[in-house]
Design a protein around this ligand. Structure first.
Ligand code: AP5
Ligand code: MG
Length: 211
């Protein structure tokens, strides 16, 4: 079972993907996480992506598509979750070509629907481990020791693009470039909307009912 987990910034794509990885053995392909790793390692791809990400804008399609293609080639039959890709109609069209040439298919595109005020509150409070990438929240999911990851002991910090002004730019990019994909997926007939509001475990149950 291969899925696209689709939703606005802060919808809970990363949080739900982590549960699917842990409980269902799926592989998470988060383009945002892959870019952040490239930035950390100061690769050429990281240098290319950094200015777009820091400003809250989308990285150009050709850069993202080339990166995803490399990952898809290397899956070895493992079920996967696309988290944060595709994010534009051209990316979705490129994905179709890449899937076909690698004999892969997407079974469902699951949309986590969350109102804007909830998205903003989630992103404002999000903190992320600098070591293993685990996600926390200042109000609803605090690490046991302030600023320290429960899982690996590294520092927990705010993502640069979670600052308020950058969040607004990201939400605008989502509305302009990504939300139109709902119509694209609906036409393809494998699109399911799931409420992304409420307890993490309840949302997981809603998602898993479709997987
Ligand atoms: P990316 O890293 O993908 O960011 P995003 O899409 O903006 O999504 P987020 O990671 O911010 O949110 P999420 O849905 O994963 O929420 P999370 O689970 O963390 O992309 C970053 C950047 O990379 C982009 O801006 C762009 O520049 C570039 N990029 C990446 N892919 C690209 C592409 N395809 N094309 C072009 N550019 C691309 O949850 C958020 C917070 O809420 C956390 O604190 C969490 O603990 C909390 N939370 C989660 N669920 C709940 C709940 N049920 N109740 C309460 N709190 C909750
Ligand atoms: Mg994420």
């Amino acid at each position: 079972m291969n899925i696209i987990l689709f939703g606005a910034p802060g919808a809970g794509k990363g949080t739900q993907s982590a549960l699917l990885v842990e409980r269902k053995g799926m592989k998470q392909i988060s383009t945002g996480d892959i870019f952040r790793e490239h930035i950390r390692q100061e690769t050429r791809l990281g240098v290319e992506a950094k200015s777009f990400m820091d400003a809250g804008n989308l990285v150009p399609d050709e850069i993202v598509v080339g990166m995803v293609e490399d990952v898809l080639k290397d899956l070895g039959g493992q079920s996967f979750i696309l988290d944060g890709f595709p994010r534009t109609v051209p990316q979705a069209e490129s994905l179709e070509v890449m899937l076909q040439s690698n004999s892969l298919k997407i079974d469902k595109a699951l949309f986590l629907e969350v109102p804007r005020d909830v998205l903003i509150a989630r992103l404002a409070g999000r903190r992320v481990c600098t070591g293993c990438g685990a996600t926390y929240h200042t109000l609803v999911k605090k690490p046991a020791m302030a600023g320290i990851c429960d899982l690996c002991g590294a520092n927990v910090e705010q993502r640069k693009d979670d600052k308020e002004d950058v969040v607004l730019t990201r939400l605008e990019a989502y509305e302009t470039s990504t939300a139109p994909l709902k119509a694209y997926f609906t036409k393809k007939g494998r699109f399911v909307t799931v409420s992304g509001v409420g307890e993490t475990e309840d949302i997981y149950k809603r998602l898993i009912a479709h997987i």
